[in-house]
Design a protein around this ligand. Structure first.
Ligand SMILES: C[S@@+](CC[C@H](N)C(=O)[O-])C[C@H]1O[C@@H](n2cnc3c(N)ncnc32)[C@H](O)[C@@H]1O
Ligand code: SF4
Ligand code: SF4
Length: 361
């Protein structure tokens, strides 16, 4: 397939008009060095939506033509009703993915229940091939537990005679693992996973947060402020990172290896954490609902279009508040958008073509 066609297909697949991201909880059993979600969530407090409320919202989303659901959070597996929600989406003919730290995957019959529920895709975050994973994730035996959990999923898939869920290893690239990236390929292969993908860490400077205003209010989220010193690559780390990236690009792996946005980032982007963002497809496309029922634009913006706990999803999407915001973002991105964690989904066709030439989409 030629590059233009490949890039166009990628854009078409990422219009998000049939997708919804359900942040089912902000509770988490880890405290990763790169992630400020637990801190922000603690400050928010308030009661999370219960199972019946989520099912009602899922029903409404189906009526609105959404059928591809991602269950995410903080850590979705800490919710005991996660199996019930997956089953509900699958029984209604939907597609369901989950993004997890996999710490609980090996516990009891969790793996078995996820396979039986019909989960389509499981994205497992692994940030290092060795003890660096535990160090980044802030726990002990985390990688060992993740490996055990993945083995149990593969075993459960075999028993149920299914290839689902497909297992995707997701690595967030940072100053904590830049020198070990190529070693993620043999790890992902040995674990028997189906895909390995990389993303560069998002880190928003405080000035960008405070400069992100809408109708007079600061709406930049503090979720991506650096936590314990910067996780971005420094000058002295870029060369070794480059060697790792080159190895990944030229690797002849039996699994799909995607360098994602790494292929589009130059040294300045790596050092500053600023991505070449020109457009936002997420906000006007994807519907994101937080654990408290707020319909929100994305992880970087503290703004709500309305509460779907109190109102129907349709009412919120038909509101002036929602329409005005989508129009605003089409006209001009916010300062925090330069640090967008969904940068790979917001690239323009020109950027995608360039990446197709220099790396793997
Ligand atoms: C916020 S977590 C939620 C799901 C789950 N708890 C997990 O860790 O996979 C979603 C993804 O964001 C990644 N992540 C964490 N900190 C990040 C950062 N500062 N920039 C970009 N991605 C980050 C995680 O590694 C994970 O793959
Ligand atoms: S990255 Fe995931 S596992 Fe780590 S603290 Fe954030 S939500 Fe929890
Ligand atoms: S940070 Fe900006 S570009 Fe990224 S999803 Fe949010 S609004 Fe869109």
């Amino acid at each position: 397939m030629n590059l233009i066609k490949k890039a166009k297909n990628k854009l078409a697949a990422s219009s998000y008009k049939d997708q919804a991201s359900l942040e089912i909880t902000y509770k988490c059993n880890l405290r990763c060095k790169t992630c400020g979600l637990a801190k922000v969530a603690k400050e928010k407090g308030s009661q999370e939506l219960n199972t019946e409320e989520w099912k009602r919202i899922i029903d409404e989303l189906f009526v609105l033509g959404r059928r591809r659901f991602t269950l995410i959070g903080a850590e979705p597996l800490v919710r005991p009703d996660v199996f019930d929600l997956i089953t509900y989406i699958k029984d209604n003919g939907g597609h369901c993915s989950i993004t997890t730290n996999a710490l609980l995957l090996g516990k009891g019959d969790t793996a078995e229940r996820l396979v039986r529920a019909g989960l389509d895709v499981m994205s497992v975050s692994i940030d290092g091939p060795d003890e660096s994973h535990d160090d980044i994730r802030g726990g002990t035996d985390v990688l060992a537990k993740v490996k055990d959990g993945i083995a149990k999923i593969i075993e459960a898939r075999r028993r149920e005679a299914t290839s689902k869920p497909s297992i995707r290893v997701h690595t967030t690239v940072s100053a904590y693992n830049y020198d070990k990236l190529a070693r993620m390929i043999p790890l992902a292969e040995d674990l028997g996973t189906d895909e390995l993908q990389f993303q560069y860490v998002s880190e928003t400077p405080k000035e960008a947060v405070t400069a992100t205003r809408y109708r007079g209010d600061i709406i930049g989220s503090e979720r991506f402020l650096s936590l314990n010193g910067s996780a971005l690559l420094s000058d002295g780390q870029i060369e070794l990172y480059g060697h790792n990236l080159a190895k990944i690009r030229s690797a002849n792996s039996k699994i799909a290896v995607r360098t994602g946005v790494l292929s589009a980032l130059n040294e300045k982007n790596l050092r500053t954490g600023q991505f070449p963002m020109k457009t936002c497809r997420i906000v006007p496309g994807l519907i994101t609902i937080d654990p408290y029922g707020e319909c929100v634009p994305c992880a970087h913006l503290d703004y709500s279009f309305g509460s779907v706990r109190d109102e129907s999803v349709r009412t919120v999407l038909n509101s002036e508040r929602y329409r005005d915001f989508c129009e605003a973002i089409k006209g001009k991105l916010f300062p925090v958008c330069a640090y967008c964690c969904s940068h790979v989904n917001n690239l323009t066709i020109g950027q995608l073509i360039k990446m197709g030439i220099t790396g793997k989409l």
